[in-house]
Design a protein around this ligand. Structure first.
Ligand SMILES: CC(C)(COP(=O)(O)OP(=O)(O)OC[C@H]1O[C@@H](n2cnc3c(N)ncnc32)[C@H](O)[C@@H]1OP(=O)(O)O)[C@@H](O)C(=O)NCCC(=O)NCCS
Length: 128
């Protein structure tokens, strides 16, 4: 669990957590990816991403999402996995994740699984 705090303050403003999971290959959009990862696609999941209500809409959620992607980029130097994934809560969060390059996986409707391939994440941070 990674928490966001104001320096010198005890209160938690927001948090996220990461875990690994193996996803069925049919959740990958491209046929060539489904072929390459035919035994399952390892994904680094952002399990929770939340900001305390009084601190919402002040860019902390975006900041933590970027922090999670940077951490994923660092992990990808040592561990092979297909990409970063999460389940979106509603249309507004789907908009947020889409702006960061996540795509809704095939046949997902409610709380859709969204995936961002790790090479896209690595492109982002290798250019920085
Ligand atoms: C979703 C959440 C993490 C975003 O963090 P935030 O600091 O409030 O958001 P930011 O200021 O970084 O804004 C970025 C985008 O987040 C989304 N967002 C902001 N507040 C939101 C809310 N209350 N509910 C859903 N999405 C929200 C919007 O897409 C927003 O972009 P926009 O203002 O252009 O519409 C935060 O609002 C939250 O914890 N909501 C409740 C729990 C939740 O929905 N978690 C996500 C699970 S997928």
């Amino acid at each position: 669990m990674f928490v966001a705090k104001q320096s010198g303050q005890a209160a938690t403003l927001g948090f996220y957590s990461l875990s690994f999971s193996l996803e069925n290959t049919n959740k990958l959009s491209k046929p060539e990816d489904r072929d390459a990862w035919r035994n399952g696609a390892p994904l680094l999941y952002i399990d929770y991403l939340a900001v305390q209500t009084p601190f919402q809409s002040q860019k902390l959620g975006q900041f933590m999402l970027i922090d999670a992607l940077k951490r994923s980029h660092d992990v990808s130097r040592s561990v092979a996995f297909y990409g970063v994934a999460l389940r979106s809560l509603n249309d507004r969060t789907t908009g947020l994740y889409t702006r960061f390059g996540f795509n809704v996986a095939p046949n997902e409707t409610n709380h859709p699984l969204m995936i961002l391939p790790i090479w896209s994440v690595n492109d982002l941070f290798n250019q920085a």
